[in-house]
Design a binder for this molecule. Structure first.
Ligand code: C5P
Length: 228
Protein backbone atom coordinates (compact mmCIF):
# COMPACT_ATOMS: atom_id res chain seq x y z
CA UNK A 1 0.00 0.00 0.00
CA UNK A 2 1.17 3.50 -0.79
CA UNK A 3 -0.29 5.82 1.80
CA UNK A 4 0.47 9.31 3.00
CA UNK A 5 -1.34 10.02 6.27
CA UNK A 6 -2.18 13.66 6.92
CA UNK A 7 -3.77 14.46 10.26
CA UNK A 8 -4.60 17.62 12.12
CA UNK A 9 -7.38 19.65 13.73
CA UNK A 10 -10.30 21.34 11.95
CA UNK A 11 -9.14 24.21 9.76
CA UNK A 12 -5.45 23.27 9.81
CA UNK A 13 -5.51 23.22 6.01
CA UNK A 14 -5.04 19.48 5.69
CA UNK A 15 -7.87 18.96 3.21
CA UNK A 16 -6.55 21.62 0.82
CA UNK A 17 -2.99 20.37 1.19
CA UNK A 18 -4.07 16.74 0.76
CA UNK A 19 -5.82 17.67 -2.49
CA UNK A 20 -2.78 19.56 -3.82
CA UNK A 21 -0.38 16.80 -2.82
CA UNK A 22 -2.54 14.03 -4.29
CA UNK A 23 -2.73 15.86 -7.60
CA UNK A 24 0.99 16.50 -7.65
CA UNK A 25 2.00 12.88 -7.10
CA UNK A 26 -0.93 11.21 -8.89
CA UNK A 27 -2.54 9.71 -5.79
CA UNK A 28 -6.18 9.76 -4.72
CA UNK A 29 -7.16 12.28 -2.04
CA UNK A 30 -9.09 10.16 0.47
CA UNK A 31 -11.11 12.53 2.67
CA UNK A 32 -12.14 10.66 5.82
CA UNK A 33 -14.05 13.63 7.27
CA UNK A 34 -16.29 13.58 4.19
CA UNK A 35 -17.22 9.96 4.93
CA UNK A 36 -18.13 10.86 8.54
CA UNK A 37 -20.19 13.73 7.13
CA UNK A 38 -21.97 11.42 4.66
CA UNK A 39 -22.83 8.94 7.42
CA UNK A 40 -24.16 11.85 9.50
CA UNK A 41 -26.35 13.16 6.69
CA UNK A 42 -27.66 9.66 5.91
CA UNK A 43 -28.52 9.20 9.62
CA UNK A 44 -30.29 12.58 9.65
CA UNK A 45 -32.30 11.57 6.59
CA UNK A 46 -33.27 8.31 8.22
CA UNK A 47 -34.04 9.53 11.75
CA UNK A 48 -34.80 13.23 11.29
CA UNK A 49 -32.35 15.98 12.27
CA UNK A 50 -33.98 16.67 15.65
CA UNK A 51 -34.51 20.22 16.91
CA UNK A 52 -30.94 20.46 18.16
CA UNK A 53 -27.73 18.43 17.91
CA UNK A 54 -28.49 17.03 21.37
CA UNK A 55 -31.94 15.96 20.23
CA UNK A 56 -30.43 14.26 17.19
CA UNK A 57 -27.85 12.55 19.43
CA UNK A 58 -30.64 11.01 21.50
CA UNK A 59 -32.44 9.79 18.36
CA UNK A 60 -29.19 8.33 17.04
CA UNK A 61 -28.29 6.59 20.27
CA UNK A 62 -31.74 5.03 20.62
CA UNK A 63 -31.87 3.85 17.01
CA UNK A 64 -28.73 1.67 17.04
CA UNK A 65 -28.26 1.94 13.27
CA UNK A 66 -26.06 -0.37 11.26
CA UNK A 67 -23.79 2.04 9.32
CA UNK A 68 -23.55 -0.46 6.47
CA UNK A 69 -27.34 -0.29 5.98
CA UNK A 70 -27.52 3.49 5.52
CA UNK A 71 -27.09 3.36 1.76
CA UNK A 72 -23.87 5.36 1.65
CA UNK A 73 -21.36 4.69 -1.08
CA UNK A 74 -17.90 6.13 -1.40
CA UNK A 75 -16.67 5.57 -4.93
CA UNK A 76 -13.96 6.68 -7.29
CA UNK A 77 -15.46 8.90 -10.01
CA UNK A 78 -13.17 10.63 -12.52
CA UNK A 79 -10.22 9.92 -10.27
CA UNK A 80 -11.86 11.60 -7.27
CA UNK A 81 -13.72 10.46 -4.19
CA UNK A 82 -17.47 10.79 -4.65
CA UNK A 83 -19.57 10.61 -1.46
CA UNK A 84 -23.03 9.27 -2.21
CA UNK A 85 -26.30 8.41 -0.58
CA UNK A 86 -27.96 5.99 -2.96
CA UNK A 87 -26.89 7.22 -6.39
CA UNK A 88 -26.74 10.93 -5.46
CA UNK A 89 -23.44 12.71 -4.84
CA UNK A 90 -23.92 14.70 -1.60
CA UNK A 91 -20.55 16.50 -1.67
CA UNK A 92 -22.18 19.90 -1.06
CA UNK A 93 -24.97 18.90 1.31
CA UNK A 94 -22.53 17.37 3.82
CA UNK A 95 -20.81 20.72 4.50
CA UNK A 96 -23.66 22.61 6.19
CA UNK A 97 -23.36 23.76 9.84
CA UNK A 98 -26.39 21.52 10.59
CA UNK A 99 -24.43 18.43 9.57
CA UNK A 100 -21.17 19.64 11.18
CA UNK A 101 -22.83 20.16 14.58
CA UNK A 102 -24.19 16.57 14.55
CA UNK A 103 -21.08 14.68 13.42
CA UNK A 104 -19.78 14.04 16.91
CA UNK A 105 -22.37 11.36 17.61
CA UNK A 106 -21.33 9.47 14.50
CA UNK A 107 -17.62 10.04 15.10
CA UNK A 108 -17.94 8.67 18.66
CA UNK A 109 -19.67 5.52 17.44
CA UNK A 110 -17.32 2.55 17.04
CA UNK A 111 -19.30 0.69 14.31
CA UNK A 112 -19.35 3.94 12.27
CA UNK A 113 -15.61 4.39 12.75
CA UNK A 114 -15.02 0.80 11.64
CA UNK A 115 -17.06 1.38 8.47
CA UNK A 116 -15.12 4.54 7.59
CA UNK A 117 -11.79 2.83 8.26
CA UNK A 118 -12.73 -0.14 6.07
CA UNK A 119 -13.75 2.12 3.17
CA UNK A 120 -10.44 4.00 3.43
CA UNK A 121 -8.38 0.80 3.46
CA UNK A 122 -10.31 -0.47 0.43
CA UNK A 123 -9.31 2.69 -1.42
CA UNK A 124 -5.68 2.20 -0.44
CA UNK A 125 -5.73 -1.31 -1.87
CA UNK A 126 -6.81 0.06 -5.26
CA UNK A 127 -4.49 3.07 -5.56
CA UNK A 128 -1.97 5.29 -3.79
CA UNK A 129 -3.78 7.60 -1.36
CA UNK A 130 -3.23 10.80 0.53
CA UNK A 131 -5.58 10.17 3.46
CA UNK A 132 -6.60 13.16 5.55
CA UNK A 133 -8.32 13.08 8.92
CA UNK A 134 -7.69 12.81 12.65
CA UNK A 135 -6.53 9.22 13.10
CA UNK A 136 -4.98 8.25 9.76
CA UNK A 137 -1.48 7.87 11.19
CA UNK A 138 -2.51 6.38 14.55
CA UNK A 139 -5.38 4.00 13.73
CA UNK A 140 -6.17 3.56 10.04
CA UNK A 141 -2.70 3.38 8.48
CA UNK A 142 -0.29 2.95 11.40
CA UNK A 143 2.25 1.14 9.19
CA UNK A 144 2.82 3.87 6.64
CA UNK A 145 6.17 5.59 7.03
CA UNK A 146 4.71 8.81 5.57
CA UNK A 147 2.89 10.61 8.37
CA UNK A 148 2.35 14.31 8.82
CA UNK A 149 0.51 16.28 11.47
CA UNK A 150 -0.52 19.84 10.61
CA UNK A 151 -1.05 22.39 13.34
CA UNK A 152 -2.06 26.07 13.56
CA UNK A 153 -3.51 28.24 16.32
CA UNK A 154 -7.31 28.41 16.75
CA UNK A 155 -7.23 32.10 15.70
CA UNK A 156 -5.37 31.37 12.47
CA UNK A 157 -7.61 28.44 11.61
CA UNK A 158 -10.82 30.42 12.28
CA UNK A 159 -9.61 33.30 10.12
CA UNK A 160 -8.76 30.96 7.26
CA UNK A 161 -12.17 29.32 7.39
CA UNK A 162 -13.88 32.75 7.53
CA UNK A 163 -11.92 34.05 4.55
CA UNK A 164 -12.63 30.85 2.65
CA UNK A 165 -16.38 31.35 3.22
CA UNK A 166 -16.20 35.02 2.19
CA UNK A 167 -14.32 33.92 -0.91
CA UNK A 168 -17.26 31.68 -1.77
CA UNK A 169 -19.69 34.62 -1.54
CA UNK A 170 -20.63 35.19 2.09
CA UNK A 171 -20.20 33.68 5.53
CA UNK A 172 -23.26 32.46 7.44
CA UNK A 173 -21.20 32.67 10.63
CA UNK A 174 -19.20 35.50 12.20
CA UNK A 175 -15.47 35.11 12.84
CA UNK A 176 -16.16 34.74 16.58
CA UNK A 177 -18.74 32.00 15.96
CA UNK A 178 -16.32 30.10 13.74
CA UNK A 179 -13.61 30.41 16.39
CA UNK A 180 -15.96 29.02 19.04
CA UNK A 181 -16.99 26.14 16.77
CA UNK A 182 -13.39 25.22 16.03
CA UNK A 183 -12.42 25.31 19.72
CA UNK A 184 -15.40 23.07 20.55
CA UNK A 185 -14.52 20.60 17.79
CA UNK A 186 -10.87 20.50 18.91
CA UNK A 187 -12.00 19.57 22.39
CA UNK A 188 -14.37 16.86 21.07
CA UNK A 189 -11.83 15.49 18.61
CA UNK A 190 -9.00 15.31 21.15
CA UNK A 191 -11.04 13.70 23.91
CA UNK A 192 -12.79 10.99 21.85
CA UNK A 193 -12.33 7.52 23.42
CA UNK A 194 -11.59 5.87 20.05
CA UNK A 195 -9.86 7.49 17.09
CA UNK A 196 -9.01 10.71 18.93
CA UNK A 197 -7.04 13.46 17.24
CA UNK A 198 -3.43 12.77 18.16
CA UNK A 199 -0.07 13.07 16.47
CA UNK A 200 1.46 9.65 15.85
CA UNK A 201 4.86 9.39 17.53
CA UNK A 202 6.54 8.98 14.14
CA UNK A 203 4.57 11.75 12.36
CA UNK A 204 6.33 14.92 11.23
CA UNK A 205 4.80 18.01 12.82
CA UNK A 206 4.29 21.05 10.59
CA UNK A 207 3.02 24.31 12.06
CA UNK A 208 1.21 25.96 9.17
CA UNK A 209 0.41 29.27 10.94
CA UNK A 210 3.08 31.23 9.08
CA UNK A 211 3.36 29.11 5.95
CA UNK A 212 1.62 29.47 2.61
CA UNK A 213 -0.05 26.43 1.05
CA UNK A 214 2.89 26.01 -1.28
CA UNK A 215 5.24 26.29 1.68
CA UNK A 216 3.47 23.44 3.48
CA UNK A 217 3.37 21.36 0.31
CA UNK A 218 7.07 21.73 -0.39
CA UNK A 219 7.93 20.69 3.17
CA UNK A 220 5.89 17.54 2.80
CA UNK A 221 7.36 16.82 -0.63
CA UNK A 222 10.87 17.22 0.73
CA UNK A 223 10.16 14.45 3.22
CA UNK A 224 8.49 11.98 0.89
CA UNK A 225 10.56 12.51 -2.22
CA UNK A 226 13.08 9.87 -1.44
CA UNK A 227 10.45 7.25 -0.72
CA UNK A 228 8.54 7.15 -4.03
O1 C5P B 1 -12.27 16.94 8.37
P1 C5P B 1 -13.69 17.37 8.63
O2 C5P B 1 -13.81 18.67 9.37
O3 C5P B 1 -14.56 17.32 7.42
O4 C5P B 1 -14.25 16.26 9.62
C1 C5P B 1 -15.52 16.35 10.19
C2 C5P B 1 -15.57 15.67 11.55
O5 C5P B 1 -15.47 14.26 11.39
C3 C5P B 1 -14.46 16.04 12.53
O6 C5P B 1 -14.75 17.16 13.33
C4 C5P B 1 -14.34 14.82 13.39
O7 C5P B 1 -15.28 14.90 14.44
C5 C5P B 1 -14.77 13.69 12.48
N1 C5P B 1 -13.62 12.95 11.99
C6 C5P B 1 -13.11 11.94 12.76
N2 C5P B 1 -12.06 11.18 12.30
C7 C5P B 1 -11.51 11.42 11.10
C8 C5P B 1 -12.00 12.49 10.29
C9 C5P B 1 -13.05 13.25 10.78
O8 C5P B 1 -13.60 11.69 13.86
N3 C5P B 1 -10.53 10.65 10.67
Amino acid sequence: MKVIALDGPAGSGKSTIAGMLAEKIGFLHADSGAIYRTLTLASMQKLGAGNSPQDFGELFQKAVLDPDQLGIQVVLADGKQSNRIGQADVGREIRTPEVTSRIRFIADNVPCRNTVNRLLREFAEQTGVVADGRDMGTVVFPDTPNKFFLEASVEVRARRRYEEMLGQGSSSQSLAEIERDIARRDQEDRSRAVGALRKADDAILIDTSDLSRDGVLSRILAHIQYRF
